[in-house]
Design a protein around this ligand. Sequence first.
Ligand code: GLN
Length: 538
Amino acid sequence: MADPTRLHAYEMATLLRSGEASSRQLTEAHLAVAEKQNRALNAWLAIDREAALAQADVADMRIAEARRSGADALARLHPLCGVPVGLKDLVSVKGGQATAGSKILEGYRAPFDATVTARLREAGAVIMGKTNMDEFAMGSSTEHSAYGPTANPWNLGRVPGGSSGGSAAAVAAYHAPVCIGTDTGGSIRQPGSMCGVVGMKPTYGRVSRYGIVAFASSLDQIGPFGRDARDAAALLHAVSGRDERDATSAPVPVPAELLDLPSSDDEAAAYLKGLRIALPKEYFVAGMDPGVAARIHEAVATMEQAGAIVEEVSLPHTEYGLAAYYIIAPAEASSNLARFDGVRFGLNDRTSGEFIADYLRTRGAGFGPEVKRRVMLGTYALSAGYYDAYYLKAQKVRTLIKSDFDAVWAAGFDAICAPTSPVTAFPLGAKLQDPVAMYLVDACTLPLNLAGLPGMSIPAGLADGLPVGLQVIGAPWSELSMLRLARAYEGITARAPWRALEPAELELTDDPTTPSPIERMERLTATSAGAGDQSKRT
Ligand code: GLN
């Protein structure tokens, strides 16, 4: 068998069923690279070798039993049975850590499995560990993790995007074929784009959020990362569907066809014939990298050559999305984070024995600067006298943004194509001192969260050696069509030279002298004479 870490999940599924590979073998191979390269990447906050191998053995038994029972039983196995997967460290795994990238949850152990975890266990997937993230998923670079930043495998001095940067980097670096992330304003699509992998934020309500640490409940959605559309589809299939324990999960059937995306490139490409694609002019924002704009226009032109009908449209309220999001998301976060009070979860500083003093000390020490900034913004926006001026107005803007999209669907378009991020992966530290510059990176992703729509980022080549993501936006519940479009785009670009490239600095991660992202950040902080001390800004 060739290097198992280069296989796609569906290729692993074939080898597992034929007996050419065991889950233990596949899991061992992935654990070995993840353990070896994690110092240089810091993509994982926890790798649980023992638990992973135990799950692999169970998967091997399930597969062996299915093989004994015959072809039907084998076909009934989920394609992810025996396949390694990583979870963003805000997903509960019974008995395991769930830090959400925060010091305040250090030492906390989840008393139950999240629904996503339970569904992955049912499918027989092997949970390798927990991936790094911005604290409470607040950020666009994974630099706000209390456990140090993650490096981008394409350029180790650059960020992987965020907040699910650990998951995106782990998939790009072949540590796992698929990983789970969450997306409140872009946190799956944007790191997917910056690391050159597929990432999908499903329709609000598609995936149960029971057992994940909440950031902004009307925006949060769980979704998959994979190195191609078929793998992302398999992971989406495994975790989707109504769950009694999350009232916001919708009773919408999960299409079985998610597991049947075409394997042939030509067959996949045929999907583009006559497909109506909208190109929103507002998404080509001022200040975007010219290389990004060029790749997106090329991608769309390629789809046009393959038979798609592309028309420019206007989503006129796009420019207000960022402002509305940065009222609504912090408002909801300030409420969700009230539960971290030093009594119920994780960190508790009980030095004074006086509740309010201990509460303030615990939150003061446990939350990082970005989280404090959001709690202050959100508390302010919700306070008496300002609620109407900010929160209510932001909710009205949200309705307008949604109606912009509704008009596109009503005009008969099948999908919207746009850039995922206006910029490619930026250098570590570049935007840390300027929160608004960091927020701007999500201008093209967060309107979808406000509207509850599904969106995905698919690799569309490189600009100056760094990955560019094409964003596909769909009508509610159209994930299957979006994945077919993504698969079609893979089909028509299968022979493009960039498709064969591996992340440019991946080899350096094997070298023990390569500095870790934590060391790089320390050096940056030291050289900028305290400029890296964000506490001065809060
Ligand atoms: N970057 C955005 C924020 O900081 C979105 C984060 C996310 O999607 N979790 O809020």
